[in-house]
Every structure is written in C-alpha cells, then in structure tokens.
Design a protein around this ligand. Structure first.
Ligand code: ARG
Length: 585
C-alpha cells in the first residue's frame, strides 16, 4: 500500500481513540484519494458513517477528529467540508522528504511484498501446426506484463507456455503428410510453419470429407499415444518446426517462457479420471465419462456435462487442464494460478475450476484466476484478418509496425535535417514499433475489444508508447544539453517544491507503489499505462512552464532531480509493460 496513506490511517486511528475512546480503535477511516485536487489530496468520509453510532452530527464528529489528529509533519491543517468530509493536503516539505528518500533507490522506494506467493502465469500458449494468431499475441503481451509486475513485487513466478502440442489434430496431420509430403515427417526443416498450416488446413478438409481417411487419422493418434517410434519422431519434428517460428516472435517481443505443453500432462490423465470417479463425480453418458456441472445448463435447462474421457477412450482439453492444475498445485507449489486467454474460453475455465473444487483439489490458500481479454478488430469492427480473409501472421504484423515506425522516423529526421547511422535508425524503429504494438494492447481495459490501428499506436501524441518514450527522451536530452551527470550531483542535492506543477508532478511520482499493488491484485495492465500517461503529461506541463537548466541554484539542482526521478519512474514502469526506453529518438 501507499506509505503515506498507511501513515494517515495510523494517525487517524489514534485520533479516533483520543476523541471517542478505545471502542473506536480500528474503525475504517475511509480514506481515499480526493476526486478533485481542489479538495486536497485525500479525503475521509468516516464522520458520516460514524454519525449514527455516536449520535452526533457528522460535522461535529469531523471537527473533533481534526482537533485530535496529529499530522503536522505530513499535512497542512485538515479542513472539514460539506456534510462532514475531512480533506487532507500534503505538505511540500513532506513530499520533498519522500522524494529525496527514494531518489537513489533502484526500486524507487517500492517495498517488496510481505505476502510472498508462488505464482504460475499460463500465457501465450499457441498451438503446434497452427498459426499463432493475434489472440496469442494478446495473451503473450498481457501475460508477460502480469509476470513482470508480480516478479517486481517480489513474487516467485513460473511463466508457463501451455502449448497445444497434443490431440487429434496430429493424427490428421501425420496421416496426410505420410501421403503428400513424407519427408516432413523424417527430415528436420523440410517444411516451414506456413506450409504446415496449409497442410493442416487440407488435412482437416480431407478429414471432414473422407471417412476412410478419418479412420486412418484415428489410428495415427492411437499409434502416437501408444508411443510408436516413427509417429513420435514425426510428432517431435512437427513440434520443432512450429517452435522455431514461435521463438522468433518471443525474441522480437523479448518475452521469456518455459514450454510445458499439453503433452507433458499426458501420463497424468488417467489418474484424473480415476480420482474423479472415486469421488463419485463421474457419470457415463453415451459412452463418454463426464462430470455434470452445477450452474451450466443447455437450452432445455438440463445440466451440461464436462467430458473428461471421450467415448473413443481419448482425453481432451479439459482433462489436460485438470491434470495441469493438480500438477501446478502439488509439484510446483503454486498459490496463485493465472490463465491468460480470450474471453471465449471463460466457460471452459469456470467449468474445470468447478470440477477441481468439487473434487477437493484446490486448497483454501490457492487462488485460480482466469484473465480474459477481448478481440482485436479491424477498422470495421470485424475480427482482424488479412485482406484475403486469413489469419494475420504475427511476424508480418510486427514487421509492419517496425517498417512504419521506420518510415515515420526517416520522415522526421529529414524534416529536422538530422542525419543518423543505419544502426541508430534500425534500433529506434524496432523499439518504437514493437513498443507501440504492446502499448496499444496493454493500454486498453483488457476485457474489451479494441481496434487495431498502426496510425494510432505509432502517433507521437496521445496515449501511445511513442509519446511516453518521447517524454523519457526529452528528459535525457536535458542532462545531455547541460552536460550533467545526475549520479554526481552529490548527497546534498535536494528536491525543493515550490510551484504548482512541481507539486502535482511530485505527488504523482509518489503514487507508483499504489498503482503496482492494484495491478498485482486486479491484473489490469491498463492501470499502469494510465499512470504513466498521466506522469508524462504532468511532466510536460511542468517542463513547458518552468526553466530547468536556466534556473538559479538551488532550484536548478532540485528540478534536475525531479526530472531524473520522472525518467527513472517512466523507465521502471515501462519495463514492467515489457517496453524498452531510448536515450534518443
Ligand atoms: N492453446 C490454447 C489456445 O490456443 C490456449 C491454452 C490456454 N491455457 C490453458 N491452460 N488452457 O486457445
């Protein structure tokens, strides 16, 4: 929590006891950030809610609290307003002390969590032999940001890639390849993922049309699951080919993941069904083993089944997720398991969570969270597709962002009459292009759909990555211009806050810890984006109005430190979004 708020709460508690006796220890002071800066920084509504209990008018209560509260080192004298609100305004001297204390700390004064957890983040998770689509891109970007934030907060995070590398699709694909491209099953690098995807499409078509082929494909699945040598080798090759291409995307995005695909849990599947059976949860229905769900019904109002073993003896996506869940709790020691997928899978998660709970597999201390996200749409509000109606290849999408960012940069350089090396141009184009894609995604409330627009995400103005990176670059430019080494300003160098814009910026800088706690809890990266966007705006308002390099000492040094702290905060915040900063752009 925000340390200032914590201090205020303690003082408030003491004041209540002093004013009304020890019965009032621990009453919630109902302190919130003031909605309007006109009313100060924090506001308490508790006098209103205590009125009934104390039999006094709220304003009288508020005045008594104000009389007893001892916060002269933190706030200006609190003000009672309206029906009985208490408004608190932080003192510049208090803000100065807070900022001076965090200035040299690489964590910027943000303490590590006291309730350490082992968290599993299950994200990205594309499927072998299928193209990674924009949904997987969202999962990768959002999951990475969540993992980074939890790691920074001091949690132990296991980043798992639950790759779809098992199941009936391999039977189809292997059977088809044996016919049309047998070398793909025996030789590494014989085909690339693009070929595999089109083979897969044709195999699926064949499967849907040809009964004989269906039978052959089924036998291939059985062979593979029984561990037949050549089937296994073919499967490994197919996985290898897909994996290579996924890796290109992960490297471009700078995302680290541990692959633990669906196949990993294969040996654990029979025990899942047996254990459910032992608990009396399994019902046989038309040859399939299922668990009937509570609260999920079909159109006729009958309970829906969750199939855990199909009539042909095979297991499915849900069985694998149940096995994975048990493994993550028992073997990985997870306290919090976070799954990042599109909203389309919301029922799937609710359903197998329910079955696992009813089976008694989820200890009380373990939290299961599905983190859903919406669709990526084109400018017509339709699901993003290529012009010919196919899935957009992520590599193409990211390359285009980089190309466009390069074109923007080259135009700007020309306009400014600057010349830069190819190395510089390539680096800036890549960082800005990738950051723009990431930020456009993360800055949306993830539960809603968003419209993909290169123009919007690459704009230098507005809530975009280029705008934030530019604010950082602007600050780096100040010390470059003044030939200042901020590390060498010495310990006597202090922040002094006089002007309104300085105070506003200072207060905002001190809110990062609260924002990160929120993201840690609600897993909504857009909160951090909003914070950083506000920070950049507040910095620009300050910098547009006040001189830094040309001001007199000690103001000059103070402002330089304030700038530096802003830059450090931007850099840290952006790094948690998976976004790199630039020294120049
Ligand atoms: N492979 C799945 C898909 O592409 C996502 C897997 C998500 N994780 C999980 N444990 N079910 O839709």
């Amino acid at each position: 929590m925000n340390p200032t708020l914590e201090k205020l709460k303690t003082k408030f508690d003491q004041a209540l006891i002093a004013a009304f006796g020890s019965d009032f220890a621990g009453v919630d002071p109902m302190l919130v950030s003031a909605s309007n800066p006109k009313f100060g920084d924090y506001q308490s509504n508790s006098a209103l809610s205590l009125s009934k209990q104390l039999g006094l008018p709220p304003r009288a209560i508020a005045e008594k609290i104000v009389q007893y509260i001892d916060i002269t080192d933190i706030c200006e004298p609190p003000v009672v307003a309206g029906p009985g609100f208490i408004n608190f305004t932080l003192k510049p001297s208090y803000l100065e002390a807070q900022l001076n204390a965090i200035q040299a700390d690489p964590r910027l004064g943000i303490a590590q969590t006291k309730s350490h957890q082992r968290a599993v983040v299950d994200f990205s998770s594309p499927n072998i032999a299928k193209e990674m689509h924009v949904g997987h891109l969202r999962s990768t970007i959002i999951g990475d940001c969540i993992a980074r934030t939890l790691e920074f907060q001091g949690h132990d995070v296991l980043r798992l890639n639950h790759v779809g590398d098992w199941g009936t699709q391999f039977g189809m694909l292997i059977a088809y390849l044996r016919e049309v491209c047998p070398e793909a099953l025996t030789t590494a690098n014989a085909v690339d993922l693009g070929d595999l995807v089109s083979f897969y499409r044709k195999a699926k078509q064949r499967f849907d049309e040809d009964e004989q082929f269906q039978e052959i494909a089924r036998q291939e699945v059985v062979k593979l699951q029984a561990g037949a040598e050549d089937s296994r080798r073919a499967w490994l090759l197919l996985c290898e080919q897909s994996r290579r291409e996924f890796q290109v995307i992960y490297e471009l995005l700078d995302v680290k993941l541990i692959e633990r695909g669906e196949s990993f849990y294969n040996p654990l599947l029979p025990a899942v069904v047996e254990d459910l059976d032992k608990q009396g949860l399994v019902v046989e229905d038309a040859g399939a083993k299922c668990v009937f769900l509570e609260g999920f019904t079909n159109k006729a109002g009958d309970p829906l089944p969750l199939i855990v073993k199909k009539s042909d003896g095979g297991y499915n996506y849900a069985t694998t997720d149940l096995a994975a869940l048990r493994y993550r709790i028992q073997q990985d020691g997870a306290d919090r398991i976070i799954y990042v997928t599109d909203t389309g899978q919301t029922n799937h998660f609710a359903q197998f969570f329910q079955v696992a709970r009813r089976a008694g597999w989820i200890p009380d201390n373990v939290e299961l969270v599905h983190v859903p996200f919406g669709l990526v749409q084109d400018s017509d509000g339709k699901k993003l597709k290529t012009r010919s109606g196919e899935t957009v290849r992520l590599k193409d999408l990211l390359d285009e962002a980089i190309d466009r960012s390069r074109a923007d940069l080259e135009a700007r350089l020309k306009e400014e009459g600057r010349s830069e090396t190819e190395e510089f141009i390539a680096h800036v184009a890549k960082v800005v292009g990738i950051s723009a894609v990431k930020y456009a995604d993360l800055s949306q409330n993830r539960t809603s759909n968003y419209i993909f627009s290169y123009d919007k995400m690459l704009a230098l103005q507005g809530n975009t990555a280029p705008y934030l990176i530019y604010a950082y670059v602007r600050i780096q430019g100040i010390s470059r211009k003044g030939d200042i080494n901020l590390e060498k300003l010495g310990t006597n160098a202090k922040i002094l806050l006089h002007e309104e814009e300085e105070l506003v910026l200072a207060k905002h800088l001190l809110q990062l810890s609260e924002i990160l706690s929120n993201v840690e809890q609600d897993l909504l990266p857009n909160r951090l984006c909003e914070y950083l966007y506000e920070l950049s705006k507040k910095f620009n308002q300050f910098y547009d109005k006040w001189e830094v390099l040309k001001s007199q000492e000690p103001v000059r040094t103070s402002r330089l430190i304030l700038c530096d702290l802003t830059a450090k905060t931007l850099k840290l915040g952006l790094s948690l979004l998976g976004i790199q900063v630039l020294e120049r752009m």
